[in-house]
Design a protein around this ligand. Structure first.
Ligand code: ADP
Ligand code: MG
Length: 576
């Protein structure tokens, strides 16, 4: 480790007598601090978390040179009694934890009593504080294991902590820092997202003598979301389904982006566990799993999850800078988060589908829809003025370019992507068959096909999962296969086995392997773009689509339906 060069060389005499020696307190302090204070952001985190623990309603962070020259955090919290100031800067001194058994039930952000001492080890620390009932405040300074005396001092109620010249005494660490602007960006990014969990606190950030931003305290969560995510992104956020945490020990709330709103990376998938902004590889997976068929591959949804867990289920101690969290019963939490995301997305999709299309409850026969189609053109406008319920019935009007189904419901034009829609229907059928161990239909004339060695290996790995989904493919000689049965009701549509295997070899691995195989199976066994459909086929397709759990998107996350309402049409005609 490069940090070895930080430590003072052992004094000559000890070095001569024995290679093993006890480090001096200053070195020990620097080593311990090195684990907690990596960069200016670490200082800000420790101080801001202390301010939150102290019950502050206003937290002001002021930086010079990206925090390297100065980090100052001013809060209006409980303050520290003058007699406690020397303790506060001592290592392992905390008001938040008394016994080892308490470690299991911490409900404050800090608990190790190492924050202030670690900062003092690598910077010049100064604390000014006044309790609300005190006439005058007090100050103390500390640096490199030496604390000054407590002196009376004028101070506002609350606490001001300043850390100057970070790592001035540890040149190696200092060199490791990035530019002031890069360090500033980290701090601004962290503080502005951290603020999401505390809408009741006013946060502000100053740099180089200027106010950079301020987030006023608010009771309106939407306002805080808009500040953190930006206004338009925040508008696409949906609150997590209320029953999200059912069956879970603890609570789960949050906001997630609606399908079609995504980002190229995971940076805005924010996770708060008991008020701490953390990263969790495990729960990042729950986002992916939850959005499996709702998000485009390679794109990431965004939002914020707030988990409240029994403190003894969270081990924030895993990483000294507390950036990754280990959860006891992590897999239960994973399941709850995934379920909450899926439920929210489904409810949302069902609602949007209802808003987009109202199909008559009784399935129309083909004759009827044809008759209606004719009547649409034959009758005068006054005669087609049908009762409200009739008017909201979706009618298939035409197929466009052998690719899209054009329909109308009296209020809007609706375009359905025939391939995407059929894909969604087939996909849900396959999933249902797999879940209910639904029957397969043996083919009267099994289809046989032969594959190259590469493709054959890919298919062999998928055979069991395909069988679960109702598609039974058997070996029929070396690298020759035959399709023996398909999911019931699925019919023997021409199955594009080449395209299917191509998908399986190409698609990225992040998605659940079952979902991926079934989505590909659906994709290559349904109506394609460019295929002519007759009216009964189109009507059946649209009717079946409405019965889907997620009718708005194909399993790859592309939209199935686009609605153009009267207002949009009026805009085209420049009426509004
Ligand atoms: P920890 O937060 O783990 O307890 P710290 O070294 O960060 O350890 O702080 C030590 C103690 O100093 C805290 O337990 C708390 O009693 C007191 N303290 C620190 N910062 C503040 C603050 N901003 N307001 C009130 N008390 C504080
Ligand atoms: Mg602390």
């Amino acid at each position: 480790m490069t940090t070895l060069s930080l430590y003072r060389p052992p004094s000559r005499s000890t070095a001569l007598t024995s290679p093993i020696h006890i480090l001096d307190p200053q070195t020990i302090g620097q080593i311990a601090a090195g684990e907690i204070i990596e960069r200016p952001l670490s200082v800000v985190k420790e101080l801001v978390e202390n301010a939150v623990d102290a019950g502050a309603t206003r937290i002001t962070v002021t930086l010079e040179e990206g925090g390297i020259a100065l980090v100052e955090v001013v809060d209006d919290g409980s303050g520290i009694a003058p007699a406690d100031l020397p303790l506060a800067v001592q290592r392992h001194a905390t008001s938040k934890l008394a016994l080892a058994s308490d470690l299991e039930s911490i409900d404050t952000l800090g608990f190790r009593g190492e924050g202030l001492a670690s900062i003092a080890a690598v910077a010049q620390l100064e604390i000014l504080s006044r309790e609300s009932n005190a006439e005058i405040g007090a100050r103390i300074s500390a640096h490199a294991e030496r604390a000054g005396r407590v002196e009376p001092s004028a101070a506002p109620v609350g606490t001001t902590v300043r850390a100057r010249n970070l790592f001035a005494n540890v040149p190696v660490r200092r060199e490791y820092l990035r530019s002031a602007s890069a360090e500033f960006n980290r701090i601004s990014g962290w503080l502005s997202t951290f603020a999401l969990a505390y809408p009741g606190i006013t946060f502000s950030l100053h740099h180089g003598g200027k106010e950079v931003w301020v987030m006023p305290a608010t009771v309106d969560m939407q306002a805080r979301l808009a500040m953190v995510f930006g206004k338009s992104a925040a508008e696409t956020l949906m609150p997590l389904s209320a029953e999200a945490a059912r069956g879970m020990q603890g609570a789960l709330t949050g906001y997630i982006s609606s399908p079609g709103n995504d980002r190229p990376d995971r940076r805005m998938q924010l996770l708060f566990v008991n008020g701490r902004l953390l990263r969790s590889t495990l729960l990042a997976g729950a986002w992916t799993a939850g959005y499996a068929t709702f998000a485009m591959i390679g794109r990431q949804p965004y939002g914020a999850l707030f988990l409240t867990l029994p403190p003894e289920h969270v081990d924030p101690n895993v990483h000294p800078t507390k950036s990754d969290v280990r959860l006891r019963y992590g897999h239960q939490v994973f399941d709850s988060v995934k379920r909450a995301i899926v439920t929210t997305l489904r409810d949302h999709a069902t609602q949007r589908f209802r808003d987009a299309v109202t199909v008559s409850p009784a399935p129309q026969s083909m004759d009827r829809s044809l008759a209606q189609l004719q009547s649409l053109f034959e009758h005068s406008p006054s005669e087609t003025d049908e009762p409200e319920t009739e008017r909201s019935t979706l009618r298939v009007l035409a197929q466009l370019d052998n690719t899209f189904i054009l329909a109308a419901d009296g209020r809007a034009l609706v375009l359905v992507d025939q391939h995407a829609a059929h894909e969604r229907i087939a996909y849900e059928r396959i999933v249902a068959a797999a879940q209910n161990h639904g029957p397969s239909e043996a083919l009267l004339v099994p289809v046989t096909f032969e594959l190259g060695p590469g493709e054959s290996a890919v298919l062999d790995r998928a055979l069991d999962i395909l069988r679960e989904g109702g598609l039974d493919i058997e070996h029929f000689g070396e690298r020759t296969y035959r399709i023996a049965a398909t999911p019931a009701g699925y019919r023997a549509r021409p199955f594009d086995i080449g395209g299917f295997l191509g998908d399986l070899t190409e698609e990225p691995k992040q998605r659940d392997v079952r979902e991926r195989i079934w989505a590909s199976l659906a994709c290559h066994s349904v109506t394609r773009a460019g295929e002519r459909l007759d009216f009964s086929e189109m009507t059946t397709l649209v009717e079946r689509l409405q019965l889907c759990e997620n009718p708005m998107h194909c399993p790859h996350g592309r939209p199935t339906i686009v609605r153009m309402d009267s207002e949009a049409i009026q805009r085209l005609f420049k009426r509004i």
